[in-house]
Design a protein around this ligand. Structure first.
Ligand code: SF4
Ligand code: SF4
Length: 82
């Protein structure tokens, strides 16, 4: 299980979640329009959820239906980084 970042992060990228994450598992890159959570490192602590100014972060089971595709989008980011 992991938390996932969805559409509201796009073009916001303010890094509040990155600073709050105790295991440093939230990443991005200059040419990326949002941040992503490494599902292999996320400990599901929820610390990132409350600091996000645009409510972009959800535990996988609470991800709104319209943003389910962000699980795949997230996975693809980490594949590109591998
Ligand atoms: S839930 Fe916790 S471990 Fe997972 S990304 Fe958020 S702050 Fe990091
Ligand atoms: S806190 Fe929210 S908007 Fe800011 S980088 Fe993290 S997910 Fe994106």
């Amino acid at each position: 299980m992991s938390h996932y970042i969805a559409e509201p992060c796009i073009d916001v990228k303010d890094k509040a979640c990155v600073e709050a994450c105790p295991v440093d598992c939230i990443h991005s890159a200059e040419n990326e329009r949002q941040f992503y959570i490494n599902p292999e490192e996320c400990i599901d602590c929820g610390a990132c959820v409350e600091v996000c100014p645009v409510q972009a972060i959800f535990p996988e089971e609470d991800l709104p239906e319209k943003w389910k595709s962000f699980v795949q989008i997230n996975t693809e980011f980490f594949k590109r980084q591998a």
